[in-house]
Design a protein around this ligand. Structure first.
Ligand code: HEM
Length: 456
């Protein structure tokens, strides 16, 4: 793609390019800051490697046209293949295993299929409330939400308990996963000493991948046969051809579901709690809905989708901080983007979602947290492509319904049960890995008087 006319950071230097001011820990937040200044399309160049970012809704609408563009598996995602191989998230669309796995797994992620996972999602939520009931002081919200979502995907995916709530430290699988993801992502950093400082050694990485694959193999071995995702992959063939997934691909999918399926949802829950506790009037409104719809009852499957306002709070949290913060689009043919940017077949760009979700052309007063933006009438007035936290097209998130059922359920339960003491001095700090989440965000949960009366 000809980038000569595209804006970039002022003061680009020969050789190192836009390196000054770039922080390897916060590439997304650096990109956001730049994007706010540079507009809907811009570039960043580091050591001769130039990336085009597109954050304007109009251009993104063109990029999301599946006839002209598709998912690009490059940069960080290509490196992740060392961890997740040709699992759904890291597969190239042209690889036969992508379509095969997509078609086999799709039914397991329909809205109706969530009925099957509801009981184990409740189980995991009960573990969270047991831990918060017993908490003598503030809890680290993102850490506990990660425990919750890891238990949920463990149970719903494989009938496996990671035991996260019984551990002070993350499960070894999670430690290995976080390190391996960081290692994979930092392979693009051109300075070897920076890479070593942040990414660790190749030997450590091999050990981490072995920790992950060994656990998945153990879980497959110990399987007792129930209605979970793993079971489906092991027993079902393609709905029309009957073709089955091979064992290596099943392992790749299992790792993919843990990687793709828990930190994203936990981040969304954490951001939602952050914004709600910063806006007590909105928290009161969300809680009033839970009290009106659920009362003191434990919610059954059908109760979850009735929490419309709670869902809007999550939608709005994912607008400001989409926890999977972007995706890449590749031209399927020679095209001209926005009437002036020529792209050759195979050229690609990154879509940083927080920029799209804050484009003032679609979002008035974009920095303000306002769940009413997701009232049906307001949604209808907006361009359809202005909100894409689950990605776009055929490679969009297969776990969307799963994440939404789980997150609305968990947020509803937490609002039903607790009041919160807030640390007024906390300022939102965001930690970036493959996903985004608040760092150092604590709340002190106190069981509400009404909840004690019914359960205590
Ligand atoms: C709030 C929670 C979640 C968010 C924000 C999210 C976001 C996304 C996004 C943006 C993509 C597209 C990435 C791309 O185009 O490169 C994606 C793909 C994917 N997600 Fe999610 N996700 C969430 C939860 C989940 C859950 C719970 C699961 C599994 C149980 C899951 C499994 C996947 C998989 C397998 C893919 C790849 C699909 C394919 O390419 O066929 N995600 N997700």
């Amino acid at each position: 793609m000809d980038t000569s006319t595209l804006p970039h950071r002022p003061g680009r230097l020969p050789v190192i390019g836009d390196l000054i001011g770039a922080n390897p820990r916060t590439p997304l937040q650096d990109t956001l800051r730049l994007g706010r200044r540079l507009g809907p399309i811009f570039t960043r160049k580091i050591f001769g490697f130039e990336i085009v970012f597109v954050g304007g809704v109009d251009l993104v609408t063109e990029l999301n046209d599946e006839t002209k563009f598709g998912k690009h598996v490059g940069l960080g995602i290509e490196n992740l293949r060392a961890v997740a191989g040709d699992g759904l998230f890291t597969a190239h669309t042209h690889e036969p295993n992508w379509r095969l796995a997509h078609d086999i797994l799709q039914p397991a992620f329909s809205a109706e299929a969530m009925r099957r996972y509801h009981p184990v999602m409740l189980d995991a939520a009960r573990e969270l409330t047991a831990a918060w009931d017993a908490a003598a002081g503030p809890v680290d919200v993102a850490a506990d939400m990660t425990r919750l979502t890891l238990e949920t995907i463990g149970l719903a995916g494989f009938g496996y308990r990671f035991g996260s709530f019984e551990r002070a430290e993350p499960h070894p699988f999670v430690t290995a996963m976080i390190r391996a993801l960081r290692y994979a992502q930092l392979q693009n950093v051109k300075l070897p000493f920076v890479r070593r400082a942040f990414a660790g050694t190749a030997e450590q990485n091999r050990a981490d991948i072995a920790t992950m694959t060994n656990l998945v193999d153990e879980v497959i071995e110990a399987r007792e046969g129930s209605e979970n995702l793993l079971d489906l992959m092991l027993t079902e063939g393609h709905p029309t051809t009957g073709e089955r997934l091979d064992p290596v691909n099943i392992r790749n999918q299992a790792i993919t579901f843990v990687v793709a399926g828990h930190e994203t949802t936990s981040g969304a829950l954490s951001f939602a709690l952050y914004y709600l506790t910063r806006h007590p009037e909105l928290l009161a409104k969300a809680r009033a809905e839970v009290d009106a719809v659920w009362g003191d009852r434990e919610p059954d499957f059908g109760d979850v989708a009735k929490l419309r306002y709670v869902r809007r709070c999550l939608d709005e949290a994912m607008r400001l901080w989409p926890t999977a913060p972007g995706y890449s689009r590749e031209a399927r043919e020679d095209v001209v983007l926005g009437g002036k940017h020529r792209m050759r077949k195979g050229d690609w760009v990154i879509v940083p979602l927080p920029l799209v979700h804050r484009d003032p052309a679609a979002w008035p007063d974009p920095e303000r947290f306002d769940p009413d933006r997701f009232e049906p009438a307001a949604v209808k007035k907006r361009p359809a492509q202005a909100y894409k936290p689950f990605g776009t097209g055929e490679r969009a998130c297969i776990g969307r319904q799963f994440a939404l059922h789980e997150a609305v359920l968990a947020l509803g339960i937490v609002l039903q049960r607790y009041d919160f003491d807030v640390d007024p001095s906390y300022e939102l700090e965001i930690v970036e890995s493959l996903t985004l989440k608040p760092s150092g965000f604590t709340l002190r949960p106190r069981v509400r008087a009404a909840a004690t009366a019914t359960t205590g």
